[in-house]
Ligand binder design. Structure first.
Ligand code: HT7
Ligand code: ZN
Length: 857
């Protein structure tokens, strides 16, 4: 497959001012007639042909200015059409089979309905078209089909007319906003809606609909409320108002990603729409609120201003992730949300940035754009913009975003346009900062401190590691929020902002008292790794009393990481190990009994660093030893702090479902169970079974079952069976049932996964189901990294079997095998062997080819 390069960008030679689409809908055969009004683009190099992208289409006819023409030719899947004048009307008829579309890109059938997914390059699977984000057109769409099968017909914009004759229904839609083809959407099916309204800041009344299958209607209130909150927040925080009279969301159960921001017609994975107390966890509720906000916010950051080309993907995704993170911080609480976001960044993006698939947030090349919907583009992209906000301050940053929205409204813009607008609007100099867009890799910042007179001299140095294709790196500006506290008198120093721009730089701050302790990268102000020599006592002090909640979390993590890495590497004497456990028990004990903490924050602080995070901190580690060290520490802490844990559990258990602080209490309860499972499995089984049996909500039930799944006890089998029977038929909950078993700490988890892959409810056709089993399995350090390589073989088999069905979803599993350079040699060889086996198989998709080739390089 050819490599597409950013530097090769050229504007499209034709302007497509209007696009008229006519659909004859059928689940097995849909006919599409498109009429394009085209004119030469004076800003592009002249061309005497028009390239119309296609993918798997059956071409029926081509007309130019009303006459059938045959002078076209095919170049691969693309149609090349000679055009001699400055303006034409092009008409193309095609036929597609939505039921055969297992890739779920373009127009496809899902549970008897028809829906579309066009980002990034799915529109070319519907009709021949310049399927690139810088070709903006005004769409008018007419569709017709069986009134019984498709009583509801939706498209972008506003419905302008409908009708029904002899069992056939038709609808015409018009979207006044010019848009690129990736934002086109169509849905037809038997759906019902939860309808609401929102009045915008300028008094426009907007109709809101959450469209679902009838049986799902009772679980849509949270989605509707989340949409209203998002609309209000975007007006208040970014000054963005909605621009149509209608906003539709449709939930579909077969979907490759989370959701899609099509203009006025968002299509969502059911997972991010449906919720009620019985079937969705607190985390599910938050995820729904966050994803609804994200897609809604795209209406400005993505739709009104879109991307010039796919290299600019982070322009819309990074910015929109930042916007949804800030929204969720406001809705759910700043500290806990920030901790969760940093945990995601470290779990997904840091490994990507230090592995074979590392790329800048604005990549330079790709073969398959779907492979670049990554944690780097999304999450690091958000962090990079967050740093601009930290340097400017929220008010100035808002002046920057206002300018960006004003200056580029209606355009297909670049990351450079965004940075320039922030620079001009917020009054920042971002010349050097632009390196964050072009360099991959997570910077490492080393901290050294020295008391000089009554001040503290801080020497900060940075290094950006080499990444594939980028061996030489330059220093980047790193904004670090920090404070200098005193351990001796407990005084907290004022917060400062140090912007490290050189390879090495010194900063001086006044002391707050003797024994200075530096609290650095507060709020995780920069997406970097911090390296410093800091004593266990200093970390314990920060964990107990830093005035920045994130820094408290971070100090406890650092304390645990230091200990666990040393234990897993075999570098700790018995005495050191005992001292480390003691320090952690004291620090955690203080957290468990700190009455000033709310339980949501306590739940975060109780979370030990994950095995995969520990893996990242070590040189060619053995995952089994990491597992042993972490479980060992949990057991020790569970035993040492048994009475504190039990007192906490009892207090939290008494909080009713809707009581004050109930969500935090639920989080803490399950955390306590995880420690008990390691220290006293019999007691944990009893407690978890009790929690499961009396649960009146999914958070408690799932938490209890998660713990039971990892134990070898009779309670496990009975509750797993109960869970399955209770929720049989509810796909999203049965996904949880698969996940819990695939993620479990049970010694036979790998055997369970094999059996589950043969279960009647398992199918490769549904991405949620595939991910529920295999993503969970790939994230189960113990089972996936079985020393004999069985886990790797299973994953490679899955990739090969799934590739012909759904290459995009299959490609998401490749990075798990790409860790071979990082792991101990025995497993490395086995992982690499599986990648080579995939590479040698014939007929690989472009998606798998690219990911495997990059992973082996
Ligand atoms: N912008 C959307 C991306 C998306 C997507 C990309 C490739 C294949 C399928 C897809 N579904 C949705 C989602 C978002 O980030 O908002
Ligand atoms: Zn997005």
């Amino acid at each position: 497959p050819p490599v597409i390069r950013r530097e090769d960008y050229k504007p499209y030679p034709w302007i497509v001012s209007e696009t008229h689409l006519d659909f004859d809908l059928g689940l097995d055969a849909t006919r599409v007639v498109s009429k394009l009004t085209v004119a030469r683009n004076a800003k592009a190099d002249p061309a005497d042909t028009m390239r119309l992208n296609g993918d798997g289409l059956e071409l029926l006819s081509v007309k130019v200015d009303g006459e059938v023409v045959n002078n076209w030719r095919m170049d691969g899947d693309d149609l090349i059409l000679p055009l001699s004048s400055d303006a034409h009307e092009v008409e193309i008829a095609t036929e597609i089979d939505p039921s055969a579309n297992t890739q779920l890109m373009g127009l496809y059938a899902s549970g008897g309905m028809l829906c579309t997914q066009c980002e990034a390059e799915g529109f070319r699977r519907i009709t021949f078209f310049p399927d690139r984000p810088d070709v903006l057109s005004v769409y008018t769409v007419k569709m017709r089909g069986s009134a019984e099968q498709f009583p509801v017909m939706l498209c972008n914009g506003n419905e302008v007319a409908t009708g029904e004759e002899e069992g056939e229904r038709w609808a015409e839609w018009h979207d006044p906003w010019p848009k690129p083809s990736y934002l086109f959407a169509l849905v037809a099916g038997d759906l019902v809606s939860n309808r609401g309204t929102f009045t915008t800041m300028n008094g426009r009344e907007v109709e809101l609909n959450i469209w679902v299958r009838e049986e799902d209607l009772p679980r849509t209130d949270h989605a509707l409320e989340s949409l209203r909150k998002s609309m209000k927040w975007d007006e208040e925080t970014f000054g963005r108002e909605y621009d149509l009279d209608l906003f539709n969301i449709v939930a579909v159960s077969d979907f490759n990603m989370g959701a899609m921001e099509n203009k006025g017609l968002n299509v969502f994975n059911t997972k991010y729409v449906l919720a009620d107390q019985e079937t969705a966890t607190d985390a599910d509720y938050d995820a729904i609120e966050g994803v609804i906000a994200h897609e809604y916010f795209h209406n400005w950051s993505g739709n009104r201003i879109t991307c010039r080309d796919w290299f600019q993907l982070s322009l819309k995704e990074g910015f929109t992730v930042l916007r949804d993170q800030l929204f969720s911080q406001d809705m759910q609480g700043e500290a806990v949300k920030r901790i969760e976001d940093v945990r995601i960044l470290r779990a997904a993006q840091f490994p990507e940035d230090s592995g074979p698939l590392a790329h800048p947030i604005r990549p330079d090349s790709y073969r398959e754009i779907s492979n670049f919907y990554t944690a780097t583009i999304y999450n690091k992209g958000a962090e990079v913009i967050r740093m601009m906000r930290t340097m400017a301050g929220p008010e100035k940053f808002r002046e920057g975003t206002d300018l960006y929205f004003d200056r580029h409204d209606g355009e297909a813009a670049t990351c450079e346009d965004f940075v320039s607008a922030i620079e001009d609007g917020a009054g920042l100099d971002l010349k050097q900062f632009r390196l964050w867009y072009s360099q991959a890799g997570t910077p490492r910042v080393t901290v050294a401190q020295e008391v000089v007179g009554d001040g503290l001299k801080l020497t900060l140095s940075q290094e950006v590691p080499a990444t594939p294709g980028q061996s030489e790196k330059k220093p980047v500006p790193i904004p670090l929020r920090l404070a200098v506290h005193s351990r001796a008198n407990g005084a907290t120093g004022p917060e400062q902002l140090a912007v490290l721009t050189e390879a090495e730089q010194t900063f001086e701050y006044p002391l707050a008292g003797p024994d200075p302790v530096v609290s650095i990268n507060r709020g995780f102000s920069a997406p970097v790794r911090i390296k410093r020599d800091v004593s266990q006592d200093d970390l314990a002090f920060l964990a107990a009393s830093d005035d920045d909640p994130f820094a408290r979390y971070e100090a406890l993590q650092e304390l645990a990481v230091g200990h666990l890495v040393a234990v897993a590497s075999g570098d700790r004497s018995d005495a050191d190990r005992a001292a480390g456990e003691d320090a952690l028990a004291k620090a955690l004990g203080a957290i468990l009994t700190d009455d000033a903490l709310d339980d949501a924050m306590r739940g975060e602080l109780m979370t030990l660093p994950s095995e995969s995070y520990l893996f990242e901190q070590m040189d060619r580690p053995d995952p089994a030893r990491i597992h042993e060290a972490r479980e060992g520490l949990k057991a020790t802490l569970g035993t040492t702090l048994a009475s504190e844990f039990h007192a906490l559990y009892d207090r939290c258990e008494a909080v009713p479902f809707d009581g004050e602080g109930a969500r935090g209490a639920r989080k803490v309860k399950t955390q306590v169970l995880t420690y008990a499972a390691a220290s006293d499995p019999a007691k944990a089984a009893e407690l978890a079974a009790h929690q499961y049996d009396k649960a009146d909500n999914m958070t408690d039930r799932q938490g209890a079952l998660m713990v039971l799944c990892g134990l070898e006890c009779p309670e496990r089998t009975a509750r797993l069976l109960d869970f399955y029977n209770r929720y049989k038929g509810n796909a999203l909950v049965i996904d949880k049932w698969f996940t819990l078993q695939a993620l479990s700490l049970h010694p036979q988890a790998i055997e369970h996964v094999k059996a589950l892959a043969k279960h009647d409810d398992f199918t490769l056709r549904n991405p949620n189901r595939v991910r529920s089993l295999y993503m969970a399995f790939a994230g189960n350090p113990q089972a996936f990294h079985a020393a004999d390589g069985e886990g790797y073989r299973m994953l490679a088999d899955l990739i090969l079997e799934l590739d012909p069905i759904n290459p995009q979803t299959a490609a998401r599993f490749v990075p798990s095998l790409g860790k071979w350079r990082k792991i101990e040699e025995g497993r490395a060889e086995k992982m690499r062997g599986e990648l080579e086996r995939i590479a040698k198989a014939g007929n690989l998709s472009r998606d798998i080819y690219e990911q495997v080739a990059r992973s082996l390089e």
